[in-house]
Structures are given as C-alpha cells and as structure tokens.
Design a protein around this ligand. Sequence first.
Ligand code: GLN
Length: 472
Amino acid sequence: MYVFKSIASLQNDLRQGNTTCKGLVNACLSSIEEKKHLNIFLETFNESALKQADLVDAKIKAGTAGRLAGVIIALKDNICYKNHKVSSASKILENFTSLYSSTVVERLLDQDAIIIGRTNCDEFAMGSSNENSAFGKVLNPVNEKTVPGGSSGGSAAAVAANLVHVALGSDTGGSIRQPASFCGVVGLKPTYGRVSRWGLIAYASSFDQIGPLTKTIDDAALVLEIIAGADEFDGTVSSKPVAEYTKAAPNKKLKIAYINDCLDNEALDPAIKNNITKTIEKLKQQGYTVDGVDFKELEYLVPTYYVLTTAEASSNLSRFGGVPYGYRSKNATDLESTFKKSRTEGFGKEVQRRIMLGTFVLSAGYYDAYYAKAQQVRRVVRDKTLAIFKDYDIILMPTTPGVAFEHGSKTADPIKMYLEDIYTVQANITGVPAISIPAGVNEQNMPFGLQLMARPFEEELLLATAKHISAL
Ligand code: GLN
C-alpha cells in the first residue's frame, strides 16, 4: 500500500507513475471501511471521488495537473460541496444536500484535489470532544478510549489514522488546533479574513475560520496558499496578497513571548509544561529572545468567548425552523408549533443550551451587562494581545491544558469542558493566526501539541517558526 509522507513526495510519486489517483482513492476507501468503528466519516463520496481520480490521472499523464493533484481530502461536515450532503452533524440538517460549493472546495478542486467524504464533528461545531454529534462519538485512533477533541474531531482523526492526506476543519475557538493536539497532527487556524467563509455553515461569524489539518507543516502551508485570498462572496475576506507560504524560511532573530500564567496554570499537564520549558531553553541557546510576559486578561478569555459566540450562534441558528429547509417535526399542527417542535426535536442539547444562552445575553434587559460588556472586553483583549506583538514576533503557548481525555469524563460539567479552550480562544477573540504542531507524548504515550500565534496576516512567519521549532 502507498505510504503517504507529504504532498510534495506524493506529487513526485504520481508523476513518476509509482501510484495513481484511482489506486489512492480505492485504498483510502478501503481503509475508511476497515476503520469504520472509529466513526470518523459520516459519508464517503465514492462516485465523485473516483470520477475526479480518473480525470486527474489523465491530467497527470498530459502534464497539466494542478498543485494538489491526487491529494485526498476530507471535509468537516459543515463545509458545503455542491450536490453532496452536509449536516453540521445535526439532525436538523440530516439529508440536506448542498446547492453550491464553498469557495475553499472550489479552490481545492481547481488544483485537482480529490474530496473523499465528510467527517463527523460536534453539532454545529459546538464542542471540544466530538461527543455532541447527532451521529455518535468519534474514537481517537491513538487511543480508542479517548476523545479525538472537537469540534473538528473527525477531521483530525482522519489524518491521524492515515485515512486521508489532508482534512479541512473550522476553528471558532480552537476546533482545528485542539483536535490536532489530541490526535498528534498539525492544525492551522488562519487570520480571521484570510480564508473565505462562503459555504461554511456558520457558528459564530466573527470568529469562524476554515483551515487545514495535515501531517506536515509544509502541507498546511500549501493548502493555505491555495484556499486563502480575496473572494467576492465573502466581504470579510482580506484582499491582501497571499504569500508563498510554502517558501517560508526560519528567521534567526525572532523575538518570542510566552504568557507566564499559561505555564503556571495548575491544570497544565506536567509533561506539556516540561516540553515547552525545554523548547524555550533550546530557543534561547540558539540566540532567540524568549521572554515571559504578563497577560492579566487570561481569566476573561473563556467567558468572553462563550458570551459572544453564543450570541452570534443564536442569531445564525435562527434560520433553522423547519420551514425553508431541514428537519420538520411531524408533530407540528400550526406555524408556531412547526418552529418550536422542529427546533426542539432537531437540535441537540448543547446547541439548545448555547442558543438559549445567546438569546439571554442579547435580550433587552441583559444586553448591556453581558453582550456589550463582552464586546468591550474583546477589544481590550485584542489591544493587549497586539501590544505584545509590538515587542515580540511570536507568542508560544500550550495548545491544550492536557492530553485527550476519556469519553464521558467531561460531559456532565459544561464548564469543565469549556475550560478546555483556555489557550485556544485568544487567537479567535483577536483574529490572529495560530498553529498547533505535534510536540511530544506524555507518559501514557498520548500526543500533545505546542501552539504558536503571530500578528494578523503573518502566516509566513508563523509557519517558518513552526518548522524551526518542530525540527529542534
Ligand atoms: N471548543 C470550542 C467550543 O465548544 C470551540 C469550538 C470551535 O472552535 N468550533 O465552542
């Protein structure tokens, strides 16, 4: 069987005739079937994937193939692909078929990638463990007793289990980076406005970004290069030119900061703390400036995130009412009961909790106390984070406080689950780019990631530094 190492070596092997797209698709489909018990895929797109494989094989022969020729990609189940189902892992969208393709999918297909299927995730991307899917939990391929993380848990697990070469996820508060950390793969959240959200089912529109989960940093760079950039269908996307991320080279004179309280956190797994401390020492030995800085707003990050994202979600999810599309309750008798019953029966518990919380913080009596206040805190957090970036090029921190936890161990206590996001939400609140790279394993052999953040639109520097650190 073909062993995938990187997109660059795959391209080489395809050109040399060592493998074919059709062979790759068939092999991936059989591996997915073999690993069915992990519940990673909600559906595979056999017919369209095999058709695309034939087309791309012909292009390779003719020497006209694109930069992602033969790369087999899985989509998180909230990214639209024309004429294919998409459900956001929710009963409310079960059997819904996309009428158009997201911009990211079009750009991948333009470069001859092959989309193999849609992966399981937390319902409407709300969760940190993939246990909120309406279609069952995903097992972490590294240790099946544990969760793969969330909400892009299926995407991270698909890459980790070698079922695909690349997967796309979405990251609103850590949903690419946290599962990447739990499954031992690379996960990149681009700057807000770097990648089009056209065709991404919205959770919290001012936080959401699509990004890649990959085996290598170079692969993440290449996928970003292809999916990033202006798009007439999304007014929040920047028209800044897209750099050649694949050519990003390490810069020795970088200044790196870490936030003191992040490393002093009692909840931080000692293995992760140890690993980061060693990385800091190595960087210092190489002549990098690495300093601890204070960031007093740390304790406000998770509350700010949950006030603002639930507010945005309550508005975004108001479109699902059983009328224009999606699940419609059979028990409804009139218009009002159609809305009520369809939403009550169609949405899962966590989604309902967030819609109610979001509606509450936006309600006339509490708007100023919660929503307006959280917006103000968001501004302070952004200003303070950008102030660190005046003196430093990169902020280094853990991706998660711990490694993958056992199924069911945090479901009873939402606050415990929300605290999983302590290190990841800062990048979404401020909009800066962030990456999680595999950093090591703890005593139980469970992987964890190291996270880097950079100034807005400095993905080049982010990726270059990530490469340097991963080679230390
Ligand atoms: N775990 C976070 C949450 O539950 C992040 C979700 C995300 O990034 N989509 O909201």
